[in-house]
Ligand binder design. Sequence first.
Ligand code: SF4
Ligand code: SF4
Length: 337
Amino acid sequence: MASTARTVEFSRDATNVFFHILTRCNLKCRHCYINPLQHGAADLPLATIEAWLALFAERTSKANVIFLGGEPTLHPDLAGAIRAARRLGYASVTVDTNGYLFHDILNQVTPKEVDFFSFSLDGPEPAVNDPIRGKGSFAHCTAGIRAARRRGFRASLIYTVSSDNIEALGRMPPLLAELGVERFFIQVIGIRGKSAERAGNQERLQVSRADWLAAVAPVARAVAAQGITVTWPKVYLNIEEPFECAGRVAENFFIFPNGRVYRCPLCEDFPLHAFTIEENRLTPTGRINETDLFSLDIPEGCVMNRLVQPANIEYDADGKPLHRIACCLLKEEISPH
Ligand code: SF4
Ligand code: SF4
């Protein structure tokens, strides 16, 4: 029987490293947040990956790394990067993938070396997923999950909710159970990268507060009842709930191949990064940067949400917000145990 949802507090004693080791990809998803002009286009050499991993390995008592891209399995040295993270003492290693699993990666590493392969799928069937992620991507992704499970790897699945696929979310539970997925991450579309271009063309991608709240909790409960842990962003805070910016209190680092290091995903379309890595040293950026935004207190909650995706805020007749927007990194979770 599933327990009730709980808010996952920001961890003060763990460092989370979201390491984009390249930005190339074989797909062209409609909501891709990668922005090569801001993030670079190089594949990082293995020696650089190792040096950059070392910069974050000992910042807190526990460091976790998530390798991403682009598609990280397109990098010929992903297996070497995974082993470097293990050597450096990272507590967990996750690979986010679109499921094409290039370079025979499942046979290059072991389930002891990789905690989770995390697959991105945006629909319960090809008719919903493939218009968003590309023709044939549903078949490739589900085949990749099955292959990973056969080899003993743990699999999680990320579903990005937008107006393109919110109505199909309720059809995911049986597919997740059939695939043997252990964790289900429901994500919400961010207005950045390609989505920012589409929003600029007046396409409505964000889902309303009412639709989000009505859709997510019942699906999460149904999935958890099948023994799968479900995590999703809280997004909306009641006015009396406390607001906290992860940029002030947590150790999250989003690293890109051009050496930019952000603390906040909503800043990634702009040269607002808090650090750059220069000559393998983590250097604070000297001008106005995202850190200056984290300390601003506004009635709407998250400052960056107010700046880049304000369509999800509702106001009363006096111009006061009806709710606040939580930090995009604040999660709700239902665990079956
Ligand atoms: S698989 Fe990921 S990196 Fe590749 S296009 Fe899709 S969202 Fe972007
Ligand atoms: S999403 Fe908002 S609240 Fe979270 S780190 Fe960024 S600026 Fe802070």
